[in-house]
Design a protein around this ligand. Structure first.
Ligand SMILES: Cc1cc2nc3c(=O)[nH]c(=O)nc-3n(C[C@H](O)[C@H](O)[C@H](O)COP(=O)(O)O)c2cc1C
Length: 195
């Protein structure tokens, strides 16, 4: 069992990083091998909509997304953690997510070559926003839940958190526990998906 954590915040050691570490600790506790990818340390360009990947399943842009694409294919679960920037996901996370295009053909069906790799794969999400109403991050949830559905992934759910200052989330034991449980669940084969 492999669980991949994708960090969309450029603030290393910040709130979404802390919660992602919690989730990965939960996954490890459940016996998974875990890996964290920090998107701000990678070179990932925006999708060009050239359509080539729809034919080949491979993006024409030669940057770090190629290696991440492979890791997604190999993972049993992918947990994304991202703060809210101007009522949307960060630019690092958006550039990464748009490059998921390479998993699809021109009809937005999963590329035949990848179907087996995606079977049973799980997706989870952690969002953090400065707003005391954590549902301010719902546009991000909408993006990831719809992506999960269109790809046919098993949705593990979302942990929404509110925090502003770097590391503030450390004091929120309840949300840290939720992130830990999300990780644990993502690494547990018998768990059924939920909203
Ligand atoms: C450029 C930028 C835009 C932001 N926009 C929002 C926003 O629209 N709504 C909100 O509630 N918080 C917003 N925030 C606050 C962050 O979501 C908040 O500080 C969060 O804890 C950052 O998470 P991190 O520590 O994982 O980077 C913004 C922060 C930055 C730097």
């Amino acid at each position: 069992m492999k669980v991949l954590g994708i960090l969309g915040s450029p603030r290393i050691g910040g709130n979404s990083d802390i919660l992602l570490d919690q989730a990965l600790a939960g996954a490890q506790e459940a016996g998974a091998e875990v890996e964290k990818i920090i998107l701000s340390r990678k070179r990932i360009s925006g999708c060009l909509d050239c359509g080539k990947c729809n034919e080949t399943g491979i993006c024409v842009i030669k940057d770090d997304m190629g290696e991440i694409h492979e890791k997604i294919l190999e993972a049993d679960a992918v947990i994304h953690s991202v703060p809210l920037y101007f009522w949307a996901m960060t630019s690092q996370m958006k550039a990464y997510l748009d490059r998921w295009c390479a998993f699809f053909d021109e009809q937005w069906n999963m590329q035949k070559a990848y179907r087996l790799k995606f079977k049973g794969k799980r997706m989870g999400l952690i969002t953090v926003c400065g707003d005391s109403n954590a549902s301010a991050s719902d546009p991000i949830v909408h993006s990831f839940k719809n992506t999960s559905d269109i790809v046919g992934l098993r949705w593990m759910g979302v942990v929404r958190a509110s925090a502003g200052a770097k590391g503030e989330i450390t004091r929120n034991e309840a949300v840290k526990k939720k992130a830990y449980e999300l990780g644990k669940k993502s690494a547990t084969p018998s768990v059924v998906s939920q909203k």
